[in-house]
Write a protein that binds this ligand. Structure first.
Ligand code: FAD
Length: 497
């Protein structure tokens, strides 16, 4: 069976696919958006259980500030969401320290003085270096032509900026700070500024959640970009990410887009060299001039694309080592509001052992639904999502996982185990089921390059007409990164003849 042709077929209605589809429909393209799950949103979903609603995917949302990708997306689509600024953006709890990342400089430095009085000078020097780096990177990025670059002149300009070559604007800055910061791990920079172990754990915890990398794994530039994004403001959306998804779906349909849920795509149709549409598992052929894939890389390369014989190195981008290295474990809790400490921020990262890096088992996130969000829970009760990202391995016992997570919450909410009114453990398998992706993997072991402080891949995959959007593509893992990528891809397609 074959349906009429569309301009664009988008496979996957996660934030990446949804945002791209909305922008293209708004630009007047005919778009079909296909997802195998019964609801749109992918990872950005909430689970409704017994009158409680839990956000299980994204909740910490940078990028809504002026010029931020999520603000730009909403503005271009004419969507207005009810948002509330989260200040502090997050809190880190160590056995001997509790520190909140306040947006207001005075409050932030008061916090540093209270917790790390001997290290204030080091913190100030580090903070100012990170600010300079993030600003310098912004400046360098403005020199980069649209990606991927068209023509040799533009390729040369991109190459110069990326390699910080002789004509790069970045090296005109004293000392070529960008280049150095790309080659220096964040750990080395923290040590250079004299930050002690506890201070390092605080920053590591934030990066662990934002980037799923620790201070040895990420460059100073990458850390600067991620932390700066958060410092520019984080918001909570009333109704959670489900409200964002609902608004996008509504806009897409108003603009004439076709949404097909419960329709798994079996393969991408290739006609000669160019993609020509998709074929669903039900055997329907949907013809389209462009295909935008918003699926995990193993689905794209292992299932959707026909194998192709050697072509240029870009094929490495789709044939990479996509085995997930980290999976999410989560627990849903509902507790009486009165039990929550008044200073608890919406996102709290608990580092159990300050002697070890804040990562994997040693970093638990506790996300609290905003007070007064009536869609979440009845009055007097607050919903919490507690979890961590761990290396995938066999034999992880559910009971051990549950007691580790509860122990971390107990540091913040003493007596939680006896006071909670609801709890449910979500294993990686249960999360995979809820998210509609083959595993709950959130970090892939990919041979990526530092793209001016953001890791990832380009959106074009070497087949004419085929684009990729989403968490695993350039430029990153957060929803704002995914939105930024979607805007780029939508612009490239809408500008094509
Ligand atoms: C536990 C957790 C916490 C997070 N917290 C935050 C946070 O606080 N802040 C933040 O900004 N980000 C956060 N993130 C990251 C953020 O959620 C993701 O970056 C974003 O949601 C990914 O969207 P996506 O479009 O790339 O993919 P997905 O959401 O994975 O969407 C992919 C879609 O493709 C569909 N699909 C797959 N295969 C097929 C097929 N064959 N046919 C049709 N459809 C198919 C799936 O059903 C799914 O709907 C978090 C992620 C996790 C896992």
């Amino acid at each position: 069976m074959s349906t009429q042709g569309y301009d664009v077929a988008v496979v996957g209605a996660g934030m990446g696919g949804l945002a791209t589809a909305c922008l293209l429909a708004k630009a007047g393209r005919s778009v079909i958006l296909v997802d195998r799950a019964p609801v749109a949103g992918g990872v950005c979903q909430s689970l409704a259980i017994d009158g409680l609603r839990f956000d299980i995917g994204a909740t910490l949302l940078p990028g809504f500030g002026p010029g931020g990708p999520l603000a730009t997306l909403c503005q271009r689509l004419g969507i207005s969401l009810s948002t509330k600024e989260c200040d502090p953006a997050f809190q880190v709890a160590l056995p001997q320290h509790r520190i909140s990342l306040w947006a207001t400089p005075a409050a932030w430095w008061r916090e540093i003085r209270r917790e790390f009085p001997d290290e204030e000078a080091g913190w100030r020097a580090l903070w100012s270096e990170l600010e300079d780096l993030a600003a310098e990177r912004e400046r360098a990025l403005r020199e980069v032509p649209p990606l991927p670059p068209e023509g040799w002149g533009n390729r040369l300009r991109v190459w110069r900026v990326v390699t910080m070559g002789p004509a790069s604007p970045a090296t005109t800055h004293p000392g070529g700070m960008l280049k150095r910061s790309m080659a220096t791990s964040f750990r080395v920079t923290m040590l250079r500024h004299g930050l002690g172990q506890a201070s390092q754990r605080v920053l590591e915890a934030g990066l662990g959640y934002l980037l799923l990398r620790d201070a040895d794994e990420c460059s100073t530039l990458e850390a600067a970009v991620a932390l700066q994004r958060v410092r520019q403001g984080v918001v909570a959306v009333a109704g959670g990410m489900a409200a964002v998804v609902e608004a996008l779906v509504g806009r897409f349909q108003q603009d004439g887009g076709q949404l097909r849920l419960e329709t798994p795509v079996a393969r991408i149709l290739v006609d000669g060299h160019r993609v020509a549409g998709v074929v669903t598992e039900g055997g329907e052929t949907i013809r389209a001039r462009w295909v935008v894939a918003n699926v995990p890389p193993d689905v794209l390369t292992g299932t959707l694309l026909p194998p192709r014989r050697g072509w240029f190195r870009r094929r490495r981008a789709v044939d990479g080592p996509w085995h997930p290295v980290q999976v999410a474990q989560a627990m849903l809790l509902a507790v009486p509001e009165a039990l929550l400490p008044s200073e608890l921020s919406g996102h709290c990262f608990v580092v159990g052992d300050p002697q070890r890096p804040a990562r994997e088992e040693n970093l638990v996130f506790i996300r609290t639904a905003p007070a007064g969000d009536e869609g979440q829970a009845p009055g007097g009760i607050r919903c919490l999502t507690v979890g961590r990202f761990v290396v995938r391995r066999a034999g992880c016992e559910d009971d051990a996982m549950a007691s580790d997570l509860l122990e971390a919450v107990d540091q913040i909410v003493p007596g939680v185990a006896s006071a909670m009114v609801f709890h449910r453990l979500l294993t990686p398998a249960a999360l995979a089921e809820a998210w509609g992706r083959p595993s709950a993997a959130v970090r892939y072991s990919v041979d990526t390059r530092d793209w001016l402080g953001e890791r990832g891949l380009p959106h074009r995959l070497g087949r004419p007409g085929l684009f990729a959007v989403g968490e695993w593509t350039y430029p990153g893992r957060l929803v704002c990164n995914v939105a930024e990528g979607a805007i780029r891809v939508a612009d490239q397609i809408s500008e094509s003849a």
